[in-house]
Ligand binder design. Structure first.
Ligand code: ADP
Ligand code: MG
Length: 850
């Protein structure tokens, strides 16, 4: 309330100074306005809505303005100046939100001892929060006896639908709904995309042509509209001549004749817009403006929010809707962050933060508000993740898979190579998880070629050894097939059968495999999405390994987990080839334990990477030819399968293979795989390449993940600028797997800065973590890994790249809270629980049921 009144006083005072202290801008003069506002403030003080502490200042202000009309210009100047000082003092002392209890609970208050301990009701915000809720009734009764006019019949809160707000009719509500804004929460959490600093109001004589400026002017003549001839024929222009002490200007609008009725001479305006010039006169085209005294000054003379725009809705109405909602909800926005978190971090209350993020008093206030709201968002994310993770760690609903040391040693001895240190470490981490009665929920990440497959094999083998079934889920058929053949090679000698299930398998075979699975005759199965479909039942699913996690969402992971033995959850190991930046590991994968393979098997060659312009293509293929003559093999990758109208300039795999066979790589054996081939054909091609019967494999990105042919030493990528960074990195990871020196050739002609940057990064580093960081920077968090697929709510404010520190803080606070109180019991957490439901929506139950 106080905030609102201060706001109504602040700007008119600036205006008054600019007008030469003419006592204008309001019907009956500025003094009438100021007197009525200060009286209002004093009235609200009687109701307990404005702190008593300001009584003296307000009374002084009132007395000063009683003399204003009679005073001469010099004295008026003094009164205005003193008033501004008084207001500054009040603003500095006042929390921008008004609840009376807020004042009493403020540590600086003299009667701290009177905190109503008998009714702590922290759910309504124990500290600076919105505890007015407790008092609404009291205020109403007082209001009725003292001043019926201020009766508060209805106070919206975050859950109120926008249509119930004063000033938002059905039409505006519909427009807001287009932005996805239905409730007060949606509206207040619709944050500015940026701000414009319009605090400096300039005299017309010193505005800069071409710049955006704020001016404070008086309307000089009635507006006029005329119809243009010539080039502009038929268009109507409405002009309003305005001026200040230092000069004159025209404001003009095109085809908006209703503007004529908006202005009368003598009216004072705050105007903001681009400064133009016509015939020596300053001209502002369709500026934003405020009529002094008519509206709260939201658009000029302050830091003004600029919202992400949509059709049909202008900035003005959104600003007013948000401002209005803040006013109406004043004191009724419940604080969901625990008291100790606010205190520890020095965060403003929710209400304060929301005010300051939309209508900042200063950049410092905006920054503090943003920090709190970013924290809040990440905290709500982390609390649910913490609940999930902690439940998984404490509830004994998993299986014990225990295999004795001797057998494990024998398994390791049977491997065709010596394990790296990282592989041993990770296997031990997994072994601990598997032994425990709690379900494993582990993410394994390691760069391409770091040897994840063998770790997966180890987990699957454990399932078999303990009498359970193990499933390996792969994102593509090619990868599933490859895993199948790797595992068969490994397990067959041990007498363990492996089965393969994919969508394209003949239904007769499928039925057989299905029966084997459900009757327990198969202990290890590899498959694609087909594995998680309806109708696939396991006999005793104990362990699932999911390869290339980022292609599976949280939902799919959950579906597989529910195929476990009645009431028991299988252990889950999620593997991803693209390393995950730290912030992602803390958020999107925040419920998982993490293992890292940070060591490559010995003898890996660095891969030489070069960028080549399309006009040097011949040279590139000549190089491929030389390598093949030396006994090596090569991949050629291109982005599309068929020529399509739109992308006709791209090399289609089919056409390319055909051409290479006849031209660049004449006499060589050129194989081809693409996504539209059937499995048998594709298998045949892959096998031929693996066996060295093809020299070159032309392919679309189906070979992106997992293919392992150590004799190939060249990865040539056509139209390389069309690929994302992580894709390029994955593709490059297909070579450099054997003892021979390997190469990655990026053919392409990037036209965008981002495309250039991607290829640049590729030639500079081979470190997957660095590449992932760059990728995140270039693409932004939304695109990276398809955050959307992750099933997590979108961030409105937090920036997963730059808010690392806050992510860490929020995570620590959330885990501390949940550790102490996993189910957030107690009234003091009611507001937090409501906020969690708001933030997560329907996904909350999924994430909480781990
Ligand atoms: P990725 O982590 O990319 O899935 P793979 O599991 O496919 O890596 O392993 C890449 C290659 O390295 C395979 O040929 C695999 O047999 C081999 N490999 C894995 N671990 C080792 C090791 N410890 N020593 C030598 N070669 C290894
Ligand atoms: Mg792999």
């Amino acid at each position: 309330m106080l905030h609102e009144i201060l706001e109504k006083l602040r700007l008119p005072l600036i205006g008054e100074a600019k007008s030469g202290f003419a006592n204008v801008g309001f019907i009956g003069g500025l003094d009438a306005h100021i007197l009525s506002q200060t009286r209002r403030a004093l009235d609200f003080m009687q109701l307990g809505e404005v702190p008593r502490a300001h009584e003296f200042s307000l009374q002084r202000l009132h007395d000063m303005w009683m003399r204003y009309a009679e005073a001469d210009t010099q004295s008026r100047a003094k009164i205005v100046e003193d008033s501004q000082k008084i207001l500054a003092v009040i603003s500095a002392e006042a929390p921008t939100q008004p609840p009376p209890e807020g004042e009493e609970l403020c540590p600086t208050s003299s009667d701290v001892s009177e905190i109503p301990l008998s009714n702590p009701s922290p759910s309504r915000g124990g500290w600076v929060g919105a505890n007015v809720g407790t008092n609404v009734g009291a205020i109403e009764t007082k209001a009725q006896t003292i001043k019926p006019k201020t009766q508060i019949a209805f106070r919206p809160d975050l859950s109120t639908e926008l249509t119930y707000l004063k000033g938002i009719g059905p039409k505006r509500a519909e427009l807001l709904q287009k932005l996805g804004l239905k409730t007060v929460y949606d509206l207040l959490y619709y944050f500015p995309a940026r701000y414009e600093d319009r605090r400096v109001v300039k005299p017309l004589e010193s505005v800069e042509i071409g710049a955006k400026e704020a001016v404070m002017v008086t309307v000089l003549y009635p507006p006029s509209t005329r119809v243009m001839g010539g080039r502009m024929s038929g268009r109507k222009v409405t002009k309003v001549r305005v001026g200040d002490d230092s000069g004159r200007a025209d404001l003009q609008w095109w085809n908006q004749p209703y503007r004529e009725k908006q202005f009368q001479p003598g009216m004072q305006l705050f105007v903001y817009g681009k400064i133009g010039e016509f015939n020596g006169l300053i001209q502002m085209d369709s500026p934003e403006f405020e009529i002094l005294g008519e509206n709260d000054q939201l658009q000029v003379g302050r830091i003004v929010p600029v919202y992400p725009m949509t059709e049909g809705l202008h900035q003005g109405p959104i600003r007013r809707a948000i401002y209005g909602a803040l006013e109406m909800c004043g004191g009724n926005l419940e604080e969901m962050l625990p008291h100790w978190i606010l205190q520890q971090n020095g965060f403003p209350s929710l209400e304060n933060a929301l005010r300051q993020i939309h209508f900042p008093d200063s950049w410092e206030a905006q920054k503090a508000a943003r920090e709190r709201l970013v924290f809040e968002e990440l905290f709500l994310l982390q609390v649910a993740l913490a609940q999930k993770k902690i439940a998984a760690h404490t509830e004994e609903i998993g299986l014990r898979h225990e295999v004795d040391d001797e057998k494990i040693k024998a398994f390791v001895r049977a491997l065709p190579f010596k394990l790296t240190g990282a592989q041993k470490r990770v296997m031990n981490e997994i072994r601990k998880d598997l032994k425990s009665p709690r379900p494993m929920n582990r993410l394994l990440h390691g760069d391409v070629g770091s040897g994840k497959t063998i770790v997966a094999a180890y987990a699957l083998w454990t399932a078999h050894m303990t009498g359970h079934q193990g499933a390996l889920l792969a994102p593509t058929e090619i990868l599933a097939e490859q895993h199948f053949s790797t595992l068969t090679r490994l397990f067959k000698p041990m007498g363990i059968e492996v089965a393969l299930l994919e969508g394209s398998i003949k239904s007769k075979n499928k039925r057989r495999i299905q029966a084997d699975l459900s009757e327990g005759r198969v202990s290890i199965i590899v498959g694609t999405h087909a594995l998680i479909q309806e109708g696939i039942e396991f006999n005793k699913l104990g362990i699932c390994v999911i390869d290339e996690q980022h292609r599976f969402g949280v939902m799919q992971r959950a579906a597989l987990q529910h195929k476990g033995i009645e009431g028991l959850r299988p252990d889950v190991l999620v593997m991803t080839a693209t390393p995950i930046p730290r912030t992602m590991a803390l958020t999107i994968y925040g419920d998982l334990d993490v293992s890292v393979l940070d060591e490559l098997p010995p003898g890996r060659q660095p891969i030489k990477t070069v960028k080549i312009k399309p006009n040097q293509r011949d040279r590139a293929y000549k190089f491929v030819l030389d390598e093949i003559k030396g006994g090596r093999q090569a991949y050629v990758v291109c982005p599309l399968v068929e020529e399509s109208e739109k992308l006709a300039h791209l090399q289609a795999a089919t056409a390319l293979a055909e051409r290479l066979r006849h031209e660049e790589l004449k006499d060589l054996r050129v194989g081809l795989v693409h996504g539209q081939m059937n499995v048998i054909e594709r298998d045949e091609q892959m096998e031929l390449f693996r066996a060295g019967m093809h020299d070159v494999l032309v392919s679309t990105t189906v070979i992106e993940v997992g293919v392992d042919v150590p004799n190939s030493t060249v990865m040539l990528i056509e139209d390389a600028e069309r690929f994302g960074l992580s894709q390029l990195h994955q593709l490059r990871g297909r070579v450099g797997r054997g003892v021979h020196k390997s190469y990655c050739v990026l053919l392409g002609d990037p036209r965008t800065d981002e495309g250039k940057a991607r290829l640049g990064v590729m030639t500079k580093t081979q470190n997957g973590f660095e590449i992932a960081e760059h990728d995140l920077q270039l693409r932004g968090p939304g695109e990276f890994y398809g955050t959307r697929q992750s099933g997590l709510p979108d961030f409105r404010l937090a920036n997963i790249i730059s808010d690392v520190e806050i992510i860490q803080q929020a995570r620590e606070a959330a885990f501390a809270l949940v550790q102490a109180n996993p189910h957030l019991q107690g009234e003091e957490h009611d507001a937090l629980k409501r906020a969690l439901r708001r933030f997560w929506g329907e996904k909350l139950s999924l994430i909480q049921v781990s």
